[in-house]
Design a protein around this ligand. Structure first.
Ligand SMILES: C[S@@+](CC[C@H](N)C(=O)[O-])C[C@H]1O[C@@H](n2cnc3c(N)ncnc32)[C@H](O)[C@@H]1O
Length: 250
């Protein structure tokens, strides 16, 4: 199976079209990312998000995930949806936080300033107020800051979503050997191509990521998320436990 085969007809084109309003890079990045990265189709195929999610995407880049979710809802409304997939979520709010002004600009061009559901703001997830929501996503961005700050962000996410809320993240497994080295190299290349400085990365073995999340009050399920690619990426689907079930909330 190629990484493209699972995508419902028309979904990729619909999701990417809005990025033409930004620049050529934004459009082609969206095609590559949404078309080639298994996590986007898997989020939908597995029905991981609630029916009407209020989503906060931290490190949202140009808002590729939001374009994907909006396009999925439209495809479904048009009757163009695989019979064996659950209905896609109908988001009630899509808020993104992104550090890099260039990506925020691309998102704002793509969605417009007055989109009824989407707002992408420039900020550091270590500093912005998360407010309240019921789903937080961090796709490939938690490893950009140190371990203490990772814990603080995870702790604040749990408070923002409350018991029963969902945190979906993807991390690299530092213990995975050469696939992890390859993932890190690709991360650096893509970061450079997107016009950013090469950052220092703060990895952990998968067992450490799981332990961190469990200590901070989440039930954690890990799913391999590499599609056909030889990477070391793992999606962690984390459900916030009730306060009295959480072992390590301050
Ligand atoms: C590998 S990219 C992934 C982008 C997006 N999640 C996606 O899947 O297309 C990681 C993103 O996280 C952003 N980022 C890194 N540290 C951040 C922080 N402290 N606050 C907000 N965004 C951050 C980067 O600027 C970058 O856009």
């Amino acid at each position: 199976m190629t990484p493209f085969s699972a995508i419902p007809d028309g979904l990729l084109a619909r999701a990417c079209e809005r990025f033409r309003r930004a620049d050529r890079f934004a459009y082609h990045y969206a095609r590559g990312k949404l078309g080639g990265d298994a996590i986007f189709a898997e989020l939908l195929r597995r029905g991981l998000l609630p029916a009407r999610p209020d989503v906060l995407d931290l490190g949202c880049g140009q808002g590729s995930l939001f374009a994907w979710l909006l396009a999925a809802a439209e495809q479904h409304a048009d009757g163009r949806w695989p019979a064996d997939w659950p209905p896609p979520p109908q988001p009630v709010r899509l808020r993104g936080v992104e550090l890099m002004p260039r990506d925020v600009w691309r998102a704002r061009q793509a969605f417009g300033a007055d989109h009824p559901l989407v707002r992408v703001e420039q900020g550091d997830m270590n500093a912005v107020d998360f407010g309240r929501c019921d789903v937080v996503t961090i796709l490939d961005a938690l490893h950009y800051f140190d371990h203490d700050r990772q814990r603080q962000v995870v702790r604040r996410i749990r408070r923002a979503i409350g018991p029963g809320g969902l945190f979906v993240t993807r991390v690299g497994d530092e213990a995975a050997g050469w696939p992890f080295a390859l993932s890190t190299w690709v991360d650096h290349v893509v970061t450079f191509l997107r016009g950013h400085r090469l950052p220092r990365l703060y990895a952990r073995p998968l067992a450490d990521w799981r332990a961190l999340l469990q200590q901070e009050g989440f039930a954690v399920e890990s799913l391999d998320m590499n599609g056909a690619l030889p990477f070391a990426n793992v999606m962690l689907v984390c459900r916030a436990l009730p306060e009295d079930a959480a072992p390590a909330i301050a």
